[in-house]
Design a protein around this ligand. Structure first.
Ligand code: ZN
Ligand code: ZN
Length: 355
């Protein structure tokens, strides 16, 4: 039985530190289930939500957190038909409460439903001992999985988002992909891209992160573009890639410079995968797109189906994100936010471990 009260990290006011306090344990309604959080990791989007820069509909007080592994404690009245059992270990994408009736839900993907809510943005998230979640969004982790909740947690935002990008990029074996920005999302993107048979060039402006993916073996080449002119970037990529540009570039960074770099290094017919969300306009020159016959393809957090496919692939291939070895507690949340804000992410995704 879940207790009546629980500890949660609450955003009271945008731009201010989160406050750890006791709040009531929620009751699952409709198709929601009550879950006990085992591990919850910090995502870069959490920082922008705290600052009030994205999720304009995020009202305070708000419990953030959308990347976690949880255990099911109790089923809501309409949850049983989704096949979940008390005691199952599950994860889920950011999206939930899609309608299941609209054209997008039926024919395109639940992640495009206009009705959906965002965990940790428009509904309570995982930076708490308990929460409720939509059973239709949940993906069960096999009982024989050797991975810990902390290892699996970052798959449920960082992992599935780059999974969506790399599957939409339709990489063929022998192609070269540049991962532009190798923080949390980019780090796991290098691993998936290699498993898809591509040569991987990691690009960033932080040596620590580049050396981390090189040492981990998931980047075939690394390039720090911080002090390079645009023409030097192109020349260096050609040196690293048998005289040619890259077939696809996955931009995980939200910086304008990252997008412009990615466009410049694509070979003819190359695909630019847009993942990172810039807070400023990025000028795209249609002449460049036309003359090299490039494609610009969007990617986002998938729904339950894409999430399940990513989790299955990760288990089968033994691909897990790099996780910071420190066992963070909920009380460490503001320190974690400061570390991520300062770009100190080379030790891996920071995960709060509740048990
Ligand atoms: Zn996220
Ligand atoms: Zn819908």
């Amino acid at each position: 039985m879940a207790p009546k009260m629980m500890k949660a990290a609450v955003l009271k006011e945008h731009g201010k530190p989160l406050v750890i306090e006791q709040v009531p344990v929620p009751t699952p309604e409709g198709r929601h289930v009550l879950v006990r959080v085992l591990a919850a990791s910090l995502c870069h989007s959490d920082l922008t939500i705290i600052q009030g820069k994205v999720g304009a509909s995020a009202n305070t007080p708000l419990i953030l957190g959308h990347e976690a592994v949880v255990e099911i404690e109790a089923l809501g009245p309409e949850a049983a038909k989704y096949g979940l059992k008390v005691g199952d270990r599950v994860g889920a994408p950011l999206w939930q409460d899609w309608c299941l009736d609209c054209h997008e839900c039926k024919a395109v993907g639940t992640e495009f439903c206009a009705q959906l809510k965002m965990r940790g943005v428009t509904s309570p998230g995982f930076f708490a001992e308990y929460t409720t979640m939509d059973a239709a969004s949940a993906v069960v982790i096999p009982r024989d999985s050797p991975a810990t909740a902390a290892q699996l947690s970052p798959i449920f935002c960082a992992g599935i988002t780059v999974w969506d990008a790399l599957t939409r990029a339709e990489l063929r074996p022998g192609e070269t992909v540049a991962i532009v920005g190798v923080g949390g999302l980019g780090e796991i993107a290098t691993k998936y891209a290699q498993a898809f048979g591509a040569k991987v060039i990691a690009i960033d402006v932080h040596d620590g992160q580049l050396e981390s993916v090189k040492a981990g073996g998931s980047a075939d080449e690394i390039l720090n573009t911080r002090d390079l002119e645009a023409t030097e970037v192109i020349a260096r990529i050609r040196e690293l890639n048998s005289g040619r540009g890259v077939d696809a570039a996955v931009v995980t960074s939200g910086s304008k410079a990252a997008y412009l770099t990615a466009l410049s290094i694509l070979s003819p017919l190359g695909r630019l995968m847009a993942v990172g969300i810039p807070l400023e306009e990025v000028p795209i020159n249609p002449t460049v797109i036309a003359l090299r016959a490039l494609k610009i393809i969007g990617a986002k957090v998938p729904g339950q189906i894409g999430t399940a496919a990513c989790v299955e692939f990760s288990q089968r291939k033994g691909i897990y994100p790099k996780v910071n070895p420190r066992k963070f507690q909920l009380e460490d949340i503001n320190e974690m936010i400061d570390l991520m804000g300062a770009g100190k992410v080379e030790e891996g995704r920071m995960v709060i471990q509740f048990s």
